[in-house]
Design a protein around this ligand. Sequence first.
Ligand code: NAD
Ligand code: TDX
Length: 359
Amino acid sequence: VKDNMKILVTGAAGFIGSNLCRYLLNDCSHSVVAVDSLTYAGNLASLDDLRSDDRFIFVAASICHEDAMKGIFETQQPDAVMHLAAESHVDRSIDGPDEFIQTNIVGTYKLLQISRNYFESLEASRKEVFRFHHISTDEVYGSLEPDAPAFSEKTPYDPHSPYSASKAASDHLVRAWCDTYGLPVVLTNCSNNYGPYQFPEKLIPVVILKAIRGEPIPVYGKGENIRDWLYVRDHVRALELVLTKGHVGETYNIGGDNEQRNIDLVNMVCKILDEVSPPIQNGLSIDSYSELITFVKDRPGHDMRYAIDASKIKQGLGWAPEEDFASGFRKTISWYLENEAWWKEILSGNYQLSRQGLS
Ligand code: NAD
Ligand code: TDX
């Protein structure tokens, strides 16, 4: 597989997509065709620093729009697809599952059909190179009991939320297109990511931004749920490795070996913030941001624990997380403190103005 591929990245203006594009261009020698329909979660500002690179092109389009997507394949002639476009927030999927079914299931189906037709039209040497990489989540495996072994690639699927069920459905479709039509696919299922450019609805940015603005920090239930946290840069490194070195038809689990109870994590973030941006500096008359922690109504069907066994990608492809847990969180907190303009535009809703005038 080539190390200078032209990669069509769907969901490129989202959290992981924008970090992936940055890695593919700045740390590797790939070119990127960035596709995103700019839903509430997509933000062109997350790609600002990449737009002057002549190996980068952005196209506003939905994976659900077949004509638009076909046109992109025809004109751009990508060597590979990395499919990240999705509705990604569990709470939103509970309040309104429709978009999750449309984008995550129907959109993935449409993208598979277009990719399959495109793949079949390629000449033999380009067929060797082509991959369809589906980016998925550990949530498809369901919830673990406290002492149960971590999820492996062989763990049976048991999704509980509309989000995880829709991602599970998309995983099955991708495998079926490989087995039935010979589309050369690879799949990855990753644990919770944290890092720069994460939309302020997810736990870590919620905690940081509520804290520095002196608002209650909502912790669901008793805060005892456990997630396995991975720095986003380690995830995108793994994605590039699987795309270029992974075996066709295979799935790789990606995780940080870093299980944390929500309440412990939230307290840790508050403690780092106390140090680097003391409450008094933000005009707050509290000693510690942890005083803002407020236990709220639990998420319905809230999975208790996720944990990933990443030994297949470690042993098979030589991947390992590089970012140390504490330093990764410090970097993330600093990023939010230093990039006020990025999140203020989101909190005010102004970021959505950037999509006006896009075809
Ligand atoms: P995100 O919500 O930040 O970004 C998703 C992007 O997809 C947005 O830019 C949005 O505009 C775009 N999008 C949505 N519908 C689209 C459509 N119909 N057509 C084109 N673009 C569309 O999500 P994220 O956290 O960056 O997650 C990216 C992918 O990684 C998702 O598939 C998610 O399931 C998966 N994943 C995320 C995590 C995590 O911790 N965030 C962990 C494992 C897997
Ligand atoms: O305000 C909050 N308070 C809280 O206690 C939020 C937003 C979350 N939580 C809890 C719920 C979860 O146990 O924190 C944990 C993490 O929540 P999210 O950030 O919403 O992530 P999660 O539901 O675990 O899903 C994430 O990881 C897997 C991503 O959103 C998914 O896209 C990914 O597939």
